[in-house]
Design a protein around this ligand. Structure first.
Ligand code: KG4
Ligand code: ZN
Length: 349
């Protein structure tokens, strides 16, 4: 039975969790977790400021480790391993979490597990649903990533699609900024979209129907900007029309990826945007039409958290995969290093 301490600090959430890898329900697996969001610190700037994020992690993380261990009624000595996000992400924050994990591992004489943040999202579905078996098709949609991957096993990923410009969460955040909804944008756009008419504003659906299942959202964002600048549309109608256009793209691209993947046990959606209820219901219908279940972790496990990092650590620990203390923090760390670069894609991972 493995008890794992998980640490997440790759963006603007500081999070710590204790995971029981041997338990067979979500509730029993997450023994304790705390998440501190830095929304207030970043709000004045309308986005995450890396320097502010790193400083906030430094202040918050060490006391949070103590608090979570005490919530769990355990001590460091009870842990079987210490797992932390080692990338990809904002390098200052990743270093704070990884160095903290190294220090704890060294002090307690426990193995260190360097977790790929994206693998944390990818395996969050197996944390939430103990019956989910490999291989599955994963739509990973967050603020920094928009990819479709065939998840064949632990550490075994085949990327079928990526974005050639913006990530889906980024498109939600930029739309929120254009509409003056503040930061973070995704949940605010979703709330406002409920009050609007999704057919009111004609917006493009980039790459709809194209042969490769890749994504593009930059043109949609520019169209939202123009629609808003025209001054004739209600903001709620723009939010609803944007969300519908984005979902139409995601469904079309995911359908294409399903045609291209090998046999899978389920369609899985993870990452921050998977918290969006309209997207989840559209994906449920798509999965049903493909004869597959849709597995979507509860929203609190979709946005950044430490339970998914601790869980990925538990899966790696069970497979005998631990890391040495000289492992490096990585700003970029693709799940599928063999994936072909996509024509038109920028530098984003
Ligand atoms: O996975 P995550 O917490 O952090 C990254 O690793 O990027 O994803 C954050 C992203 C943000 O862009 C945020 O606006 C978006 O997920 N998001 C949402 C919703 N909740 C979070 N987007 C649409 N609808 C939501 N309900
Ligand atoms: Zn994330």
């Amino acid at each position: 039975m493995a008890i794992i301490l998980g640490i997440e600090s790759s963006c603007d959430e500081t999070a710590v969790a204790v995971i029981d890898g041997a338990a067979d329900t979500l509730a029993a697996r997450v023994v304790a977790q705390r998440i501190a969001s830095q929304d207030e610190e970043h709000r004045p700037y309308g986005g995450v400021v890396p320097e502010i994020a790193a400083r906030a992690h430094v202040e918050t993380l060490a006391p949070m480790v103590g608090a979570v261990l005490s919530d769990a009624g355990l001590t460091l000595a009870d842990m079987d391993a210490i797992a932390a996000t080692a990338g990809p992400g904002l390098i200052g924050g990743v270093m704070v979490g990884l160095v903290t994990a190294k220090a704890l591992a060294m002090a307690a004489g426990k193995p260190l597990i360097a977790v790929n943040h994206l693998e944390g999202h990818a395996l969050s579905a197996r944390l939430a649903d103990p019956s989910l078996a490999f291989p599955y098709l994963l739509l990973l949609a967050s603020g920094g990533h928009c990819q479709i991957l065939e998840v064949r096993g632990l550490g075994q990923y085949r990327r079928l699609a990526t974005t050639i410009d913006d990530a889906l969460g980024e498109a939600f955040d930029k739309t929120a900024k254009i509409l003056g909804l503040g930061f973070p944008g995704g949940p605010a756009v979703e709330r406002m979209a409920r009050e609007g008419d999704s057919r009111a504003v004609p917006l493009p659906r980039p790459l709809l129907g194209s042969a490769e299942p890749h994504f593009s959202f930059a043109g949609l964002k520019s169209a939202v900007m123009r629609a808003h600048a025209a001054g004739i549309h209600d903001s709620a109608d723009i939010a609803a029309s944007f969300q519908q256009a984005a979902i139409d793209c995601v469904i079309d691209r995911t359908r294409r990826a399903l045609e291209r993947s090998g046999p899978v046990t389920a369609l899985v959606v993870a990452g921050g945007v998977a918290a969006n209820a309209a997207l989840r219901s559209a994906l449920t219908a798509l999965a049903r039409s493909a004869g597959l279940p849709l597995v979507a972790p509860p929203p609190r496990l979709c946005t950044d958290n430490a339970a998914m990092i601790g869980w990925a650590g538990a899966e790696r620990f069970a497979a005998g995969l631990t890391d040495s203390l000289d492992v490096l923090a990585r700003p970029r760390w693709p799940l599928d290093p063999d994936a072909e670069p996509v024509r038109g894609a920028g530098v984003k991972a």
